[in-house]
Design a protein around this ligand. Sequence first.
Ligand SMILES: [Zn+2]
Length: 489
Amino acid sequence: MRFSLFSLLVSLSFSGLASQPLLIKNVNIVSAHLSAPLKNTSVLIEDGRIRQLSPQVIHSSDNIQVIDATGKYLVPGIFDSHVHVSSVPGMGFGVEPVTQKHQQLANEYYAQQPASFLYYGVTQVLDPNPGNSWQKFTKTGLHPDYFRCEVITSINTFPLVEKTDEQSKSMFHYLVNEKATAGEANSAEVLVEQIKQSGALCIKLYFEDGYGNASHWPLLSDHTLKRIRMAADKAGLSILGHANALDMYQAAIKAGINIMAHGMWNWGPYMRETELPEEIKSELDTLMLNNIQVMPTQMVISGLGEVMLENTADNPDFAAITPAPLIDWYHSDEAQWFKQELRVGFDNLPDEIIARIFLNETNGRVGKGNKVMAYLKQHNYPLLLGSDFPGSPSFANQPGLTSVREMEKMAEAGYTPMDVLKAATINNARQFHLESDFGTVQSGKVANLLLLNADPLNDVSAWRDIDLVILKGKVINRETLKANKAKHQ
Ligand SMILES: [Zn+2]
Protein backbone atom coordinates (compact mmCIF):
# COMPACT_ATOMS: atom_id res chain seq x y z
CA MET A 1 0.00 0.00 0.00
CA ARG A 2 2.67 2.43 1.06
CA PHE A 3 4.74 1.40 -1.89
CA SER A 4 1.99 2.09 -4.40
CA LEU A 5 1.25 5.50 -2.87
CA PHE A 6 4.94 6.26 -3.11
CA SER A 7 5.09 5.28 -6.77
CA LEU A 8 2.02 7.38 -7.46
CA LEU A 9 3.71 10.42 -5.92
CA VAL A 10 6.88 9.72 -7.86
CA SER A 11 5.01 9.39 -11.14
CA LEU A 12 3.12 12.62 -10.47
CA SER A 13 6.21 14.63 -9.70
CA PHE A 14 8.22 13.19 -12.57
CA SER A 15 5.52 13.43 -15.22
CA GLY A 16 6.86 16.96 -15.54
CA LEU A 17 3.72 18.68 -16.70
CA ALA A 18 0.96 19.72 -14.38
CA SER A 19 -1.97 17.52 -13.56
CA GLN A 20 -3.71 20.39 -11.74
CA PRO A 21 -6.79 21.32 -13.78
CA LEU A 22 -6.84 24.73 -15.42
CA LEU A 23 -9.83 26.96 -16.09
CA ILE A 24 -9.49 29.85 -18.52
CA LYS A 25 -12.41 32.24 -18.13
CA ASN A 26 -13.88 34.90 -20.44
CA VAL A 27 -11.54 34.18 -23.29
CA ASN A 28 -12.02 34.71 -27.03
CA ILE A 29 -11.25 31.54 -28.94
CA VAL A 30 -9.57 31.81 -32.32
CA SER A 31 -9.28 28.54 -34.19
CA ALA A 32 -9.33 27.32 -37.79
CA HIS A 33 -12.67 25.55 -37.30
CA LEU A 34 -14.37 28.87 -36.39
CA SER A 35 -15.04 31.60 -38.95
CA ALA A 36 -14.94 34.27 -36.21
CA PRO A 37 -13.68 34.34 -32.60
CA LEU A 38 -15.90 32.57 -30.07
CA LYS A 39 -16.32 35.29 -27.46
CA ASN A 40 -16.30 35.06 -23.66
CA THR A 41 -15.85 31.34 -23.45
CA SER A 42 -14.71 29.18 -20.54
CA VAL A 43 -12.19 26.46 -21.25
CA LEU A 44 -11.52 23.59 -18.87
CA ILE A 45 -8.22 21.73 -19.20
CA GLU A 46 -7.53 18.47 -17.37
CA ASP A 47 -4.71 15.94 -17.70
CA GLY A 48 -3.08 17.97 -20.43
CA ARG A 49 -6.12 18.05 -22.70
CA ILE A 50 -8.98 20.40 -23.41
CA ARG A 51 -12.01 18.86 -21.63
CA GLN A 52 -14.74 21.38 -22.13
CA LEU A 53 -15.53 24.64 -23.86
CA SER A 54 -18.61 26.47 -22.69
CA PRO A 55 -20.31 29.85 -23.08
CA GLN A 56 -21.39 29.43 -19.42
CA VAL A 57 -19.25 29.61 -16.32
CA ILE A 58 -17.79 26.17 -15.63
CA HIS A 59 -17.94 25.28 -11.94
CA SER A 60 -15.24 23.02 -10.69
CA SER A 61 -13.25 21.92 -7.69
CA ASP A 62 -11.14 24.12 -5.41
CA ASN A 63 -7.94 22.53 -6.62
CA ILE A 64 -7.95 24.36 -9.90
CA GLN A 65 -5.86 27.09 -11.42
CA VAL A 66 -8.08 29.88 -12.77
CA ILE A 67 -7.05 32.47 -15.32
CA ASP A 68 -9.32 35.38 -16.11
CA ALA A 69 -8.50 36.05 -19.75
CA THR A 70 -10.91 38.90 -20.41
CA GLY A 71 -10.01 40.64 -23.66
CA LYS A 72 -7.48 37.98 -24.63
CA TYR A 73 -7.36 35.38 -27.40
CA LEU A 74 -6.77 31.65 -27.03
CA VAL A 75 -5.21 30.00 -30.09
CA PRO A 76 -3.58 26.63 -30.81
CA GLY A 77 0.20 26.60 -30.33
CA ILE A 78 2.17 27.04 -33.54
CA PHE A 79 3.14 23.91 -35.49
CA ASP A 80 6.30 24.39 -37.58
CA SER A 81 6.65 21.27 -39.71
CA HIS A 82 10.10 21.99 -41.09
CA VAL A 83 12.82 22.65 -38.52
CA HIS A 84 16.22 21.06 -37.96
CA VAL A 85 16.97 20.86 -34.27
CA SER A 86 20.46 19.38 -34.74
CA SER A 87 21.55 22.40 -36.75
CA VAL A 88 23.13 25.23 -34.75
CA PRO A 89 22.61 28.64 -36.41
CA GLY A 90 26.01 29.92 -37.56
CA MET A 91 27.64 26.50 -37.21
CA GLY A 92 25.74 23.80 -39.07
CA PHE A 93 24.51 20.33 -38.24
CA GLY A 94 26.95 19.81 -35.41
CA VAL A 95 29.15 17.57 -37.56
CA GLU A 96 31.26 20.36 -39.08
CA PRO A 97 34.72 21.17 -37.68
CA VAL A 98 33.46 24.52 -36.37
CA THR A 99 30.99 22.80 -34.02
CA GLN A 100 33.56 20.22 -32.99
CA LYS A 101 35.79 23.06 -31.92
CA HIS A 102 33.02 24.86 -30.02
CA GLN A 103 31.20 22.03 -28.27
CA GLN A 104 30.47 24.18 -25.25
CA LEU A 105 28.70 26.86 -27.31
CA ALA A 106 26.79 24.22 -29.25
CA ASN A 107 25.65 22.50 -26.07
CA GLU A 108 24.49 25.78 -24.53
CA TYR A 109 22.52 26.35 -27.71
CA TYR A 110 20.98 22.86 -27.69
CA ALA A 111 19.95 23.31 -24.04
CA GLN A 112 18.17 26.62 -24.75
CA GLN A 113 16.65 25.81 -28.16
CA PRO A 114 13.40 24.12 -26.96
CA ALA A 115 12.61 27.04 -24.65
CA SER A 116 13.27 29.49 -27.48
CA PHE A 117 10.71 27.76 -29.69
CA LEU A 118 8.21 27.87 -26.83
CA TYR A 119 9.02 31.55 -26.17
CA TYR A 120 7.72 32.32 -29.66
CA GLY A 121 4.70 30.04 -29.22
CA VAL A 122 5.93 27.05 -31.22
CA THR A 123 4.56 24.01 -29.37
CA GLN A 124 4.98 21.32 -32.06
CA VAL A 125 7.84 20.82 -34.48
CA LEU A 126 8.53 18.32 -37.22
CA ASP A 127 12.12 17.71 -38.21
CA PRO A 128 12.62 16.22 -41.69
CA ASN A 129 16.37 15.68 -41.30
CA PRO A 130 16.98 14.95 -37.62
CA GLY A 131 20.75 14.55 -37.87
CA ASN A 132 22.67 13.17 -34.91
CA SER A 133 21.64 15.50 -32.07
CA TRP A 134 17.83 15.52 -32.04
CA GLN A 135 17.68 13.59 -28.77
CA LYS A 136 19.30 16.57 -27.06
CA PHE A 137 16.06 18.36 -27.91
CA THR A 138 13.68 15.70 -26.65
CA LYS A 139 15.69 15.09 -23.48
CA THR A 140 15.26 18.68 -22.38
CA GLY A 141 12.75 19.02 -19.53
CA LEU A 142 10.37 21.33 -21.32
CA HIS A 143 10.19 21.07 -25.08
CA PRO A 144 7.68 21.35 -27.94
CA ASP A 145 6.20 18.03 -29.08
CA TYR A 146 8.72 16.63 -31.50
CA PHE A 147 8.00 14.66 -34.70
CA ARG A 148 10.38 13.53 -37.36
CA CYS A 149 10.84 12.38 -40.97
CA GLU A 150 13.85 10.38 -42.07
CA VAL A 151 15.91 11.02 -45.18
CA ILE A 152 16.42 8.42 -47.89
CA THR A 153 19.39 9.19 -50.11
CA SER A 154 22.23 7.31 -51.79
CA ILE A 155 25.98 7.76 -51.83
CA ASN A 156 25.71 9.27 -55.34
CA THR A 157 22.98 11.81 -54.64
CA PHE A 158 22.54 15.03 -52.64
CA PRO A 159 23.11 15.69 -49.75
CA LEU A 160 25.59 12.84 -49.33
CA VAL A 161 27.36 13.42 -52.62
CA GLU A 162 28.78 16.75 -51.48
CA LYS A 163 29.98 15.50 -48.06
CA THR A 164 33.67 14.78 -47.92
CA ASP A 165 34.28 13.67 -44.33
CA GLU A 166 32.98 10.64 -42.45
CA GLN A 167 31.57 12.80 -39.67
CA SER A 168 29.19 14.58 -42.07
CA LYS A 169 28.28 11.34 -43.83
CA SER A 170 27.28 9.87 -40.45
CA MET A 171 24.16 12.05 -40.49
CA PHE A 172 22.44 9.83 -43.03
CA HIS A 173 21.15 6.52 -41.75
CA TYR A 174 19.00 5.25 -44.63
CA LEU A 175 21.18 4.83 -47.71
CA VAL A 176 19.35 3.14 -50.53
CA ASN A 177 21.06 0.58 -52.73
CA GLU A 178 19.24 1.12 -56.00
CA LYS A 179 20.30 -2.31 -57.27
CA ALA A 180 18.90 -4.25 -54.29
CA THR A 181 15.62 -6.06 -54.94
CA ALA A 182 12.66 -5.77 -52.56
CA GLY A 183 13.43 -7.53 -49.28
CA GLU A 184 17.20 -7.23 -49.65
CA ALA A 185 19.18 -5.07 -47.25
CA ASN A 186 19.02 -1.36 -48.12
CA SER A 187 16.37 -1.84 -50.78
CA ALA A 188 13.82 0.98 -51.03
CA GLU A 189 11.16 -1.27 -49.49
CA VAL A 190 13.27 -2.34 -46.50
CA LEU A 191 14.34 1.24 -45.73
CA VAL A 192 10.77 2.56 -45.83
CA GLU A 193 9.70 -0.18 -43.43
CA GLN A 194 12.61 0.61 -41.08
CA ILE A 195 11.67 4.29 -41.13
CA LYS A 196 8.07 3.43 -40.31
CA GLN A 197 9.24 1.21 -37.43
CA SER A 198 11.46 4.01 -36.09
CA GLY A 199 8.34 6.08 -35.41
CA ALA A 200 8.95 8.67 -38.13
CA LEU A 201 5.89 10.24 -39.79
CA CYS A 202 7.37 10.85 -43.20
CA ILE A 203 10.22 10.41 -45.65
CA LYS A 204 12.32 13.23 -47.03
CA LEU A 205 13.74 12.97 -50.54
CA TYR A 206 16.13 15.48 -52.09
CA PHE A 207 15.60 16.71 -55.62
CA GLU A 208 18.81 18.71 -56.02
CA ASP A 209 21.11 18.33 -59.02
CA GLY A 210 23.35 21.27 -58.07
CA TYR A 211 23.13 24.73 -56.56
CA GLY A 212 21.97 27.58 -58.78
CA ASN A 213 22.08 26.51 -62.41
CA ALA A 214 24.59 23.72 -61.85
CA SER A 215 23.46 20.24 -62.85
CA HIS A 216 26.24 17.83 -61.91
CA TRP A 217 24.64 15.59 -59.28
CA PRO A 218 22.40 12.68 -60.28
CA LEU A 219 18.94 12.16 -58.76
CA LEU A 220 17.61 8.80 -57.55
CA SER A 221 16.37 6.84 -60.58
CA ASP A 222 12.71 7.02 -61.59
CA HIS A 223 12.46 3.34 -60.76
CA THR A 224 13.81 3.80 -57.21
CA LEU A 225 11.54 6.80 -56.65
CA LYS A 226 8.55 4.74 -57.76
CA ARG A 227 9.48 1.93 -55.36
CA ILE A 228 9.84 4.40 -52.47
CA ARG A 229 6.47 5.95 -53.37
CA MET A 230 4.70 2.58 -53.40
CA ALA A 231 6.31 1.44 -50.13
CA ALA A 232 5.46 4.77 -48.47
CA ASP A 233 1.82 4.43 -49.53
CA LYS A 234 1.73 0.98 -48.00
CA ALA A 235 3.30 2.30 -44.76
CA GLY A 236 1.07 5.39 -44.64
CA LEU A 237 4.03 7.80 -44.71
CA SER A 238 4.00 11.20 -46.44
CA ILE A 239 6.87 12.09 -48.75
CA LEU A 240 8.42 15.49 -48.40
CA GLY A 241 10.43 16.63 -51.40
CA HIS A 242 13.30 19.09 -51.18
CA ALA A 243 13.15 21.16 -54.38
CA ASN A 244 13.50 24.87 -55.10
CA ALA A 245 14.24 25.13 -58.82
CA LEU A 246 11.81 24.77 -61.73
CA ASP A 247 13.33 21.55 -63.11
CA MET A 248 13.57 20.03 -59.64
CA TYR A 249 9.90 20.91 -58.95
CA GLN A 250 9.09 19.03 -62.16
CA ALA A 251 11.07 15.98 -61.00
CA ALA A 252 9.50 16.03 -57.52
CA ILE A 253 5.96 16.34 -58.88
CA LYS A 254 6.62 13.47 -61.28
CA ALA A 255 7.83 11.34 -58.35
CA GLY A 256 4.47 11.81 -56.63
CA ILE A 257 5.62 13.60 -53.48
CA ASN A 258 3.01 14.89 -51.00
CA ILE A 259 4.75 18.02 -49.79
CA MET A 260 7.05 20.49 -51.53
CA ALA A 261 9.56 21.37 -48.82
CA HIS A 262 10.65 24.71 -50.34
CA GLY A 263 9.40 27.63 -52.35
CA MET A 264 10.55 28.03 -55.94
CA TRP A 265 13.24 30.72 -55.93
CA ASN A 266 15.19 29.40 -58.84
CA TRP A 267 13.26 30.01 -62.04
CA GLY A 268 15.82 28.16 -64.17
CA PRO A 269 15.95 29.68 -67.66
CA TYR A 270 13.70 32.56 -66.49
CA MET A 271 15.99 34.01 -63.78
CA ARG A 272 16.00 37.43 -65.45
CA GLU A 273 12.21 37.69 -65.59
CA THR A 274 10.42 39.70 -62.93
CA GLU A 275 6.90 38.42 -63.70
CA LEU A 276 5.93 34.79 -63.20
CA PRO A 277 6.56 32.99 -66.53
CA GLU A 278 3.80 30.88 -68.13
CA GLU A 279 5.81 27.67 -67.83
CA ILE A 280 6.11 28.13 -64.06
CA LYS A 281 2.40 28.92 -63.79
CA SER A 282 1.55 25.72 -65.58
CA GLU A 283 3.91 23.74 -63.32
CA LEU A 284 2.18 25.25 -60.29
CA ASP A 285 -1.18 24.33 -61.85
CA THR A 286 0.00 20.72 -62.01
CA LEU A 287 1.17 20.90 -58.40
CA MET A 288 -2.25 22.16 -57.29
CA LEU A 289 -4.05 19.57 -59.40
CA ASN A 290 -2.03 16.87 -57.65
CA ASN A 291 -2.88 18.34 -54.26
CA ILE A 292 0.78 18.69 -53.29
CA GLN A 293 1.13 20.81 -50.15
CA VAL A 294 3.59 23.69 -50.11
CA MET A 295 6.04 25.03 -47.52
CA PRO A 296 7.33 28.33 -48.96
CA THR A 297 10.37 28.45 -46.56
CA GLN A 298 11.02 32.09 -47.43
CA MET A 299 13.17 32.40 -44.31
CA VAL A 300 15.86 30.26 -45.93
CA ILE A 301 16.42 32.98 -48.51
CA SER A 302 15.96 35.70 -45.97
CA GLY A 303 18.63 34.06 -43.76
CA LEU A 304 21.10 33.85 -46.66
CA GLY A 305 20.62 37.52 -47.52
CA GLU A 306 20.60 38.84 -43.97
CA VAL A 307 23.82 37.10 -42.96
CA MET A 308 25.59 39.30 -45.53
CA LEU A 309 24.32 42.48 -43.85
CA GLU A 310 26.59 44.13 -41.34
CA ASN A 311 24.49 44.29 -38.17
CA THR A 312 22.63 41.01 -38.23
CA ALA A 313 24.31 39.68 -35.08
CA ASP A 314 23.08 42.80 -33.24
CA ASN A 315 19.41 41.95 -33.81
CA PRO A 316 17.76 42.89 -30.48
CA ASP A 317 15.31 39.96 -30.84
CA PHE A 318 18.19 37.50 -30.35
CA ALA A 319 18.72 38.46 -26.69
CA ALA A 320 15.65 36.52 -25.52
CA ILE A 321 16.35 33.33 -27.45
CA THR A 322 20.08 32.97 -28.11
CA PRO A 323 22.68 32.35 -25.38
CA ALA A 324 24.85 35.47 -24.92
CA PRO A 325 28.18 33.61 -25.48
CA LEU A 326 26.88 32.44 -28.86
CA ILE A 327 25.83 35.99 -29.81
CA ASP A 328 29.34 37.13 -28.83
CA TRP A 329 30.81 34.40 -31.03
CA TYR A 330 28.69 35.60 -33.99
CA HIS A 331 30.73 38.81 -33.81
CA SER A 332 34.05 36.95 -34.11
CA ASP A 333 36.01 36.59 -37.34
CA GLU A 334 35.72 32.84 -37.11
CA ALA A 335 31.92 32.99 -37.23
CA GLN A 336 32.04 34.70 -40.63
CA TRP A 337 33.07 31.43 -42.33
CA PHE A 338 29.72 30.92 -44.02
CA LYS A 339 29.63 34.52 -45.23
CA GLN A 340 33.01 33.83 -46.80
CA GLU A 341 31.61 30.73 -48.54
CA LEU A 342 28.80 32.81 -49.99
CA ARG A 343 31.26 35.47 -51.15
CA VAL A 344 33.25 32.83 -53.00
CA GLY A 345 30.04 31.41 -54.47
CA PHE A 346 29.15 34.86 -55.82
CA ASP A 347 32.58 35.71 -57.29
CA ASN A 348 33.42 38.07 -54.43
CA LEU A 349 30.76 40.62 -55.25
CA PRO A 350 30.34 43.22 -52.48
CA ASP A 351 28.31 41.92 -49.51
CA GLU A 352 25.45 44.38 -50.11
CA ILE A 353 25.04 43.16 -53.68
CA ILE A 354 24.98 39.52 -52.58
CA ALA A 355 22.39 40.43 -49.93
CA ARG A 356 20.26 42.10 -52.60
CA ILE A 357 20.43 39.05 -54.90
CA PHE A 358 18.58 37.21 -52.14
CA LEU A 359 16.45 39.90 -50.53
CA ASN A 360 15.30 42.13 -53.38
CA GLU A 361 11.53 42.03 -53.71
CA THR A 362 11.51 42.74 -57.44
CA ASN A 363 14.18 40.54 -58.94
CA GLY A 364 15.78 38.81 -55.95
CA ARG A 365 15.06 35.30 -54.72
CA VAL A 366 12.64 36.57 -52.06
CA GLY A 367 10.69 38.40 -54.79
CA LYS A 368 10.56 35.24 -56.89
CA GLY A 369 9.30 33.17 -53.96
CA ASN A 370 6.68 35.85 -53.24
CA LYS A 371 5.38 35.76 -56.80
CA VAL A 372 5.01 31.99 -56.63
CA MET A 373 3.10 32.37 -53.34
CA ALA A 374 0.92 35.14 -54.78
CA TYR A 375 -0.04 32.83 -57.67
CA LEU A 376 -1.01 30.07 -55.24
CA LYS A 377 -3.05 32.59 -53.24
CA GLN A 378 -4.86 33.71 -56.42
CA HIS A 379 -6.09 30.12 -56.59
CA ASN A 380 -6.86 30.13 -52.89
CA TYR A 381 -4.34 27.35 -52.40
CA PRO A 382 -3.43 26.66 -48.75
CA LEU A 383 0.11 26.64 -47.30
CA LEU A 384 1.91 24.69 -44.59
CA LEU A 385 4.04 26.53 -42.05
CA GLY A 386 7.48 25.00 -42.47
CA SER A 387 10.29 27.50 -42.03
CA ASP A 388 13.19 25.08 -42.61
CA PHE A 389 14.82 26.69 -39.58
CA PRO A 390 17.75 27.47 -39.62
CA GLY A 391 17.75 26.76 -43.37
CA SER A 392 21.51 27.12 -43.79
CA PRO A 393 24.46 27.75 -41.47
CA SER A 394 23.38 31.42 -41.40
CA PHE A 395 23.11 32.88 -37.89
CA ALA A 396 20.41 35.30 -39.07
CA ASN A 397 17.78 32.68 -38.27
CA GLN A 398 17.12 31.80 -34.63
CA PRO A 399 14.69 29.29 -33.06
CA GLY A 400 11.05 30.32 -32.80
CA LEU A 401 11.64 33.78 -34.20
CA THR A 402 12.17 32.26 -37.65
CA SER A 403 8.84 30.38 -37.46
CA VAL A 404 6.93 33.56 -36.65
CA ARG A 405 8.77 35.52 -39.32
CA GLU A 406 7.86 32.80 -41.84
CA MET A 407 4.20 33.42 -40.94
CA GLU A 408 4.74 37.15 -41.49
CA LYS A 409 6.25 36.38 -44.92
CA MET A 410 3.03 34.57 -45.89
CA ALA A 411 1.03 37.65 -44.97
CA GLU A 412 3.41 39.87 -46.96
CA ALA A 413 2.83 37.67 -50.01
CA GLY A 414 -0.94 38.23 -49.79
CA TYR A 415 -2.23 35.46 -47.53
CA THR A 416 -4.90 36.55 -45.03
CA PRO A 417 -4.46 36.24 -41.24
CA MET A 418 -6.94 33.30 -41.34
CA ASP A 419 -4.85 31.59 -44.04
CA VAL A 420 -1.75 32.07 -41.88
CA LEU A 421 -3.52 30.70 -38.79
CA LYS A 422 -4.51 27.61 -40.77
CA ALA A 423 -1.01 27.15 -42.22
CA ALA A 424 0.48 27.29 -38.70
CA THR A 425 -2.07 24.99 -37.04
CA ILE A 426 -4.68 22.73 -38.66
CA ASN A 427 -3.03 22.27 -42.07
CA ASN A 428 0.08 20.70 -40.55
CA ALA A 429 -1.93 18.64 -38.06
CA ARG A 430 -4.02 17.20 -40.92
CA GLN A 431 -1.13 16.61 -43.28
CA PHE A 432 0.67 14.46 -40.72
CA HIS A 433 -2.48 12.74 -39.39
CA LEU A 434 -2.20 14.45 -36.00
CA GLU A 435 -5.52 16.32 -36.11
CA SER A 436 -7.08 14.33 -33.30
CA ASP A 437 -4.42 15.82 -30.98
CA PHE A 438 -3.49 19.18 -32.51
CA GLY A 439 -4.57 21.97 -34.82
CA THR A 440 -7.66 23.54 -33.23
CA VAL A 441 -9.02 24.64 -29.85
CA GLN A 442 -11.60 21.89 -29.41
CA SER A 443 -12.41 19.51 -26.61
CA GLY A 444 -10.32 16.34 -26.57
CA LYS A 445 -7.23 17.94 -28.10
CA VAL A 446 -3.85 18.33 -26.42
CA ALA A 447 -3.76 21.62 -24.50
CA ASN A 448 -0.83 23.17 -26.38
CA LEU A 449 -2.18 26.69 -26.50
CA LEU A 450 -1.22 30.35 -26.56
CA LEU A 451 -2.95 33.22 -24.86
CA LEU A 452 -2.47 36.28 -27.07
CA ASN A 453 -3.07 39.91 -26.17
CA ALA A 454 -4.43 40.77 -29.62
CA ASP A 455 -6.60 39.11 -32.26
CA PRO A 456 -4.45 37.22 -34.80
CA LEU A 457 -7.32 37.42 -37.32
CA ASN A 458 -6.89 41.21 -37.41
CA ASP A 459 -3.14 41.17 -37.95
CA VAL A 460 -0.45 38.49 -37.88
CA SER A 461 1.62 40.70 -35.58
CA ALA A 462 -0.60 39.37 -32.75
CA TRP A 463 1.48 36.16 -32.82
CA ARG A 464 4.38 38.15 -31.34
CA ASP A 465 2.19 39.48 -28.54
CA ILE A 466 2.04 36.38 -26.34
CA ASP A 467 0.78 36.63 -22.77
CA LEU A 468 1.10 32.95 -21.79
CA VAL A 469 2.30 29.71 -23.34
CA ILE A 470 0.41 26.57 -22.30
CA LEU A 471 2.09 23.20 -22.89
CA LYS A 472 0.01 20.09 -22.19
CA GLY A 473 -2.10 22.12 -19.80
CA LYS A 474 0.84 23.60 -17.91
CA VAL A 475 0.95 27.38 -17.84
CA ILE A 476 4.41 28.73 -18.62
CA ASN A 477 5.43 32.26 -17.80
CA ARG A 478 7.16 33.47 -20.94
CA GLU A 479 9.92 35.18 -18.95
CA THR A 480 11.11 31.81 -17.66
CA LEU A 481 11.74 30.63 -21.23
CA LYS A 482 14.22 33.39 -21.97
CA ALA A 483 17.89 32.80 -22.67
CA ASN A 484 20.21 34.91 -20.53
CA LYS A 485 17.91 35.21 -17.51
CA ALA A 486 19.37 37.34 -14.72
CA LYS A 487 21.74 35.22 -12.56
CA HIS A 488 19.96 35.80 -9.23
CA GLN A 489 16.59 34.50 -10.46
ZN1 LIG B 1 15.20 21.42 -44.47
